[in-house]
Design a protein around this ligand. Structure first.
Ligand code: DHK
Length: 143
């Protein structure tokens, strides 16, 4: 059975409580539940992980090689800072879709740049938590 990995980075465990005017009221559990529904409807399997630690995210990306068909990844603020995460994504052949709940381009200048997008399959920004489900749909469509 094909598997997808849903990966969330720093502060995304605070969803639901964190700046609801920016990130909405859904929790990470809600998001994982909704993505799981999309994935399981087409007989895929989902693993979902969240970490506030860059190194742990890097380890999980390395371990994804040969295991997952795709990674749906919201790297949080590491999007804008982490060359190490970019190198981790480049080091595997599993395609990664970068997802942002908010429209980062409508926000502070420092959020306009993604160090990771150039090595990702694609990027979904500003569509709220639906972005995660749309990324899952992409991976399940392309069989
Ligand atoms: C989430 C974060 O934690 C921010 O650091 C990013 C992103 C935007 C989001 O919109 O999901 O800048």
């Amino acid at each position: 059975m094909a598997k997808l990995l849903l990966l969330n980075g720093p502060n995304l465990n605070r969803l639901g409580k964190r700046e609801p005017e920016v990130y909405g009221s859904e929790t990470l559990d809600d998001i994982e539940h909704n993505v799981r529904e999309v994935v399981e409807a087409v007989q895929y399997q989902l693993d979902a992980k969240q970490s506030n630690h860059e190194g742990e995210l890097i380890d999980w990306i390395h371990e994804a090689e040969g295991v997952y068909k795709g990674i749906i990844f919201n790297p949080g603020a590491y999007t804008h800072t982490s060359i190490a995460l970019r190198d981790a994504i480049s080091s595997i052949t599993v395609p990664v879709i970068e997802v942002h709940i908010s429209n980062v381009h409508q926000r502070e200048e420092f959020r306009h740049t993604s160090l990771l997008a150039p090595v990702c399959r694609g990027q979904i920004v500003g569509l709220g938590t639906a972005g995660y489900q749309l990324a899952a749909k992409y991976f399940t469509l392309n069989d």
